[in-house]
Design a protein around this ligand. Structure first.
Ligand code: UDX
Length: 439
């Protein structure tokens, strides 16, 4: 099939490369010409494991190209995926849909023949009819362009795997679904034939699928982190508690790792966007608990700052703190709403001299937080430190030898915000160790 992907950020670039991998001819479109240039050279403008290889392979084979032109995209194929960003509106909980509406407004006037516009961007429920209205008004093919909703559930750092082998496909249509469904089923044929559950539904349910999935995931993380708060005052161990709970198949282990909590470009924003939309719809009581989910998450960051202050005898001014981790989670260079950087920033604001290290996210972190200090590796970051904070659980941090590191720091004290360091080894090497959710 010949298809396009409008918007080539984390979601769109990955989707474009994966559609080429499935055998389609793909044209990715992005208004940012620098991004288009990098993608056309077979590289990703961000770090995602395996994506550079996939882009290199398919741009070389000619099956995948990128453009900055909406006209070219409209001309290229009859199935257009839209994956532009829908960030949180500045100072509000609601989504900023301006990029989505602008992309659709700019694509529509070039749609001269019947087509399907399949939106993947995460949106508040009720957005699909607005997209359809814009297209109906502005597209020369008018009502012959169908709008489909195809939410994306990929996790950064597993984006390729999640796109090629998703755990479910959701296809949302209005009453006129027939052609759109045929085209999308054809596009995802390999995935559907592999036995992937495929749910065909209405627009609103497809839109809600993403908001509710991310809200549930956030709730699960905040649940175990709320238990961590209780464990800290009760003298219990949240790591062991999570294991005990996880053996119950109805609860499960996955997505319930206690620690510094969630960040990134999705969970926090989707939680707040869902709250805002439910409020508009008059269903705010149904989701009031999500406010608490968000608050629990925020308190984990406060807790690390409090523990750091306590560890340093109540005074942070002038104290040297090493922070391991800048990305919002391991194996990505994404720093959006990164819990690690939020803590680093707060400690800096309180007067500490903070040095951050991260295997992939330092360039982004330097740009957004020029006031923080940076070091290229975990040992250099910890040199002369009064306190070490382990805030993003990159595997390479777990490989640092605590005994050798103890000789480089001013004071061998560590707070493990993710609970993944080998605590016995660190204690044996003479470190004072504090872990969130454990005494
Ligand atoms: C998430 C959803 O998982 C994905 O389905 C959706 O499409 C986009 O949002 P992502 O933001 O890439 O994906 O990351 P995820 O792996 O879910 O982690 C989100 C945050 O939660 C990270 O900061 C991570 O460190 C934290 N987390 C995750 C925990 O603190 N504990 C866990 O058990 C799992």
């Amino acid at each position: 099939m010949k298809l396009t992907v409008i918007g080539c950020g984390y979601l769109g670039a990955t989707h474009a490369a994966c559609m080429a991998e499935l055998g389609h001819d793909v044209l990715g479109m992005d208004a940012d010409l620098d991004k288009v240039h990098i993608l056309n050279s077979g590289r990703a403008p961000f770090f995602e494991p395996g994506l550079d290889d996939l882009l290199a392979e398919h741009t070389a084979s000619g099956r995948l190209t990128f453009t900055g032109s909406y006209a070219e995209a409209a001309q290229f194929g009859d199935l257009h995926f839209v994956g532009v960003g829908t960030p949180q509106r500045a100072g509000e909980n609601a989504y900023d849909l301006s990029h989505l509406f602008s992309a659709v407004r700019r694509l529509a006037p070039h749609l001269h023949r019947p087509a399907v516009v399949a939106v993947k961007s995460t949106v508040p429920v009720g957005t699909a009819p607005r997209v359809a209205e814009i297209i109906e008004e502005a597209a020369p093919a008018g009502g012959k362009v169908q709008v489909a909703w195809n939410p994306e559930f990929l996790r950064e750092s597993f984006a390729i795997e999640d796109t090629l082998r998703p755990d479910r496909l959701v296809l949302g249509f209005d009453a006129e679904r027939s052609w759109g469904e045929v085209l999308l089923r054809q596009c995802f044929e390999t995935i559907i034939e592999a036995g992937t559950p495929t749910i065909v539904t209405d627009w609103a349910t497809a839109e809600l699928a993403k908001a509710s999935a991310n809200s549930f995931l956030a709730t699960k993380i905040s649940f175990i982190n709320a238990m961590a708060e209780v464990c800290e005052v009760a003298g219990a161990d949240v790591g062991e508690l999570a294991e005990i709970l996880g053996h119950d198949v109805r609860i499960g282990r996955s997505g319930m790792r206690p620690g510094l909590g969630f960040g990134g470009g999705c969970l926090p924003k989707d939680l707040r966007g869902f709250l805002a939309r439910a409020g508009e719809l008059g269903a705010d009581r149904a989701v009031t608990f999500l406010r608490e989910v968000d608050a629990i998450n925020g308190r984990r960051r406060d807790r690390v700052v409090d523990l750091a202050r306590e560890q340093l005898g109540g005074e942070l001014v002038g104290r040297r703190i090493a922070v391991w981790g800048a990305a919002f989670k391991p194996n990505t260079d994404d720093i959006r709403d990164s819990p690690a950087l939020a803590v680093a920033q707060r400690l800096h604001d309180l007067g500490a001299a903070v040095t951050v290290t991260d295997p992939k996210a330092l360039d982004h972190a330097r740009k957004v937080h020029p006031e923080l200090g940076y070091a290229d590796d975990p040992v250099a970051a910890a040199e002369g430190a009064d306190l070490l904070l382990h805030l993003t659980e990159w595997p390479q941090f777990g490989h640092v030898d605590p005994e050798q590191l103890a000789r480089r720091v001013a004071d061998a004290a560590v707070i493990d915000g993710r609970g993944t360091l080998d605590l016995d080894a660190w204690r044996e090497a003479g470190w004072s160790v504090r872990v969130l959710g454990r005494v």
